[in-house]
Design a protein around this ligand. Structure first.
Ligand code: AMP
Ligand code: TRP
Length: 330
C-alpha cells in the first residue's frame, strides 16, 4: 500500500514565531516516518504583500533551514520551494475558475490582511487561498498539519476538490486538516485576544524561534497576564492560559499537571521557568539552524532534489486536470 500524503507550507514572510513552531513546524518531522510528506516554502504566497527581493531570498533560506533544524530529514520528506515547481501556478489558474467570488469574499484572513495592506490591495491577496488549494491538491494530499488560522482555507480547498471531482470524475483526494486543539492557536504576548503573528509590528508580542536567552526571558517576563494572582487555567485569564499552552507544548506535560505544579506559586516563578524551558528547547534548533545557514550550497542541493521529486508528482496530477477540462495534449 502506498503511504498517505501529508502536505504543509510556511511563508517566508518574516522571522518565524513560537506560534509557527508549535502550531506547525515542530509537528512536521513526527509525520515523516509514517507518511509521504511534502513541506514547501511558499514564496509565491509571500509576494501577496510587499517584499524586498534580497530579504525574500534570505527568508526563504531561513524557513528551509528551520524546517531541517527542527528535524526534517530530506531523505524522508520532500522539502522544496513553491516557485520551483511551476505546476503550482498552473493548477492555480484552473482552480481559480472553480472558485466563486462569494467564497473568497468570506475568507477572514483576507479581510484581516486587506485592512493592514490598504496601500497594496492586489488580486493575489484575494485569490491567495486558491493557490493554497493548488499546493495541497497537486499532491493528492490526505492530511495538512497547520494552525487553527488555516481551517477556513482548508474548508475551501475541500470544497474546490469536491466541486471538481463532481463536475468531472474523481481527480483530487479530499484533504483533512491536522490541527492541534488548543495549541493550534498561540496568542500574542501583548494581547491574548489576537494571534501571535510574525507580521506583528510589536516584536515583544512574539517569541521568535531565533530569539536568544535574554530576549526570551525579557519577553516572557513582560507578557500580559492578569491581576488575579491565582494560578488557574481558564478563559477569564487568557494571558496565563496562553502561557500555559506554550509551556505544555514545550514540556509535553498535561495542563492539569502544570496547574497542580504551580498552584500557589507566583506568576513570576512560572514565567522564569517557562522562559528557561523555551530556551532549552529552542537552543538546539538554533544551533543546527546556524550550521545550515552557513552552507548555502548544501541547502541549494536539498531544494533542487526536493523540487524534482515534487515536480514529478505534481505534474501527474496536473496532466489529469488538463485532460479533464479539455486542453489538448502537448
Ligand atoms: P504563516 O506564518 O502564516 O506562514 O503560518 C505558517 C504555519 O504556522 C501555518 O500552519 C499556521 O497555521 C501556523 N501558525 C501561524 N501562527 C500561529 C499561531 N499563532 N499559533 C499556531 N499556529 C500558527
Ligand atoms: N496559508 C498558509 C499560512 O499562511 C501557508 C500555506 C500556503 C499553506 N500553502 C499551504 C499551509 C498549503 C498548508 C498547506 O500559514
Amino acid at each position: 500500500m502506498d503511504k498517505k500524503v501529508v502536505f504543509s507550507g510556511v511563508q517566508p514572510s518574516g522571522l518565524l514565531t513560537v506560534g509557527n513552531y508549535i502550531g506547525a513546524i515542530r509537528n512536521f518531522h513526527t509525520l515523516q516516518e509514517e507518511y509521504d510528506c511534502y513541506y514547501c516554502v511558499v514564496d509565491m504566497h509571500a509576494i501577496t504583500v510587499t517584499q524586498v527581493p534580497k530579504d525574500l531570498r534570505e527568508k526563504t533560506f531561513q524557513v528551509l533551514s528551520l524546517y531541517l533544524a527542527s528535524g526534517l530529514d530530506p531523505e524522508k520528506a520532500t522539502v522544496f520551494i513553491q516557485s520551483h515547481v511551476p505546476a503550482h501556478a498552473e493548477l492555480n489558474w484552473v482552480l481559480n475558475c472553480f472558485t466563486y467570488m462569494g467564497q473568497l469574499n468570506r475568507m477572514t484572513q483576507y479581510k484581516d490582511k486587506a485592512v493592514k495592506h490598504q496601500d497594496n490591495l492586489n488580486a493575489g491577496l484575494f485569490t491567495y487561498p486558491v493557490l493554497m488549494a493548488s499546493d495541497i491538491l497537486l499532491y493528492q494530499t490526505s492530511y495538512v498539519p497547520v494552525g487553527e488560522d488555516q481551517r477556513q482555507h482548508l474548508e475551501l480547498t475541500r470544497d474546490i476538490a469536491q466541486r471538481f471531482n463532481a463536475r468531472y470524475s474523481p481527480t483530487f483526494e479530499v484533504p483533512e486538516g491536522l490541527i492541534a486543539k488548543e495549541m493550534g492557536k498561540i496568542m500574542s504576548l501583548k494581547d491574548p485576544e489576537s494571534k501571535m503573528s510574525k507580521s506583528d509590528p510589536d516584536e515583544n508580542a512574539s517569541i521568535f524561534v531565533l530569539d536568544d536567552e535574554d530576549t526570551i526571558v525579557r519577553k516572557i517576563r513582560r507578557s500580559v497576564t492578569d491581576s488575579e494572582a491565582n494560578f488557574c487555567y481558564r478563559d477569564e485569564q487568557p494571558g496565563l492560559k496562553n502561557l500555559i499552552h506554550i509551556y505544555q507544548a514545550f514540556s509535553d506535560e498535561s495542563v492539569e499537571n502544570i496547574v497542580k505544579h504551580y498552584e500557589g506559586s507566583s506568576y513570576n516563578q512560572f514565567k522564569e521557568d517557562l522562559a528557561q524551558l523555551i530556551y532549552q528547547k529552542l537552543s538546539p534548533v538554533q544551533e543546527r539552524y546556524k550550521e545550515l545557514m552557513g552552507d548555502k550550497k548544501h541547502l541549494e542541493e536539498i531544494y533542487r532534489i526536493g523540487s524534482e521529486k515534487a515536480s514529478y508528482q505534481a505534474n501527474k496530477t496536473l496532466r489529469k486536470v488538463y485532460k479533464k477540462v479539455g486542453f489538448l495534449p502537448r
